[in-house]
Ligand binder design. Sequence first.
Ligand code: B16
Ligand code: MG
Length: 219
Amino acid sequence: MLQACLFDLDGVLVDTARHHFTAWQRLAQERIGVTFTHHDNEQLKGLSRLESLNYILSKTDQSFSDEAMQEMMHVKNDWYLELVAQLTPEEALPGATALLHSLKASGIKTGLGSASKNAPLIIEKLGIAHLLDVVIDGNVVSKSKPDPEVFIRGAEALNVSPSATIVFEDAVSGVDAARAGGFSCVGIGLPEDLKQADFVVPDLSFITIELLNQKFFSH
Ligand code: B16
Ligand code: MG
């Protein structure tokens, strides 16, 4: 029986990757003097803020103190927050809010499993905070995806087993985290990018509870 669904945030419930891109690109150009492309941004999907900065710093020979790195992350996040300040419920990705509503109506538990420290603010702006029974985010996890900690803690908080829980993820590291934790995983994106997912759809508008039961719990 399907008992719970755990959702990644960026790339699954909302497209904030473009705002991360704008803010990291500005930091790369103005503070570090390196280029930052859309390809670079793809590599940062699912990584923590510090891991993302370290990726950008690997493009330069300059070295920076811990204090300088903290300040750069602070500045980047301020720019990012200016951009997400404009988020509205209409910017939830297709099918996201409707699926959360139908899961709640069917008594299936829901949770967030995100690397983002800004997750509480973003789900509030999207108007979906009340539709999530638990939020496990970058403020509480100690190990980044592909470590399964974020999803295992979500399942524990919901008091469900991984085998009765489906994870929705758009990043390779997130799909790997779900599999490592013993969860079934629906990829959001392209099948060629998310080969370890059980199946892949373009967005959550393709998902119904009936489909999930048929794919994962019909035997
Ligand atoms: P923040 P997710 C992740 O969110 C993003 O995919 C990743 O690009 C970002 O660096 C990370 O959150 C940290 O975000 O700077 O807001 O703490 O996909 O795990 O929901
Ligand atoms: Mg994501």
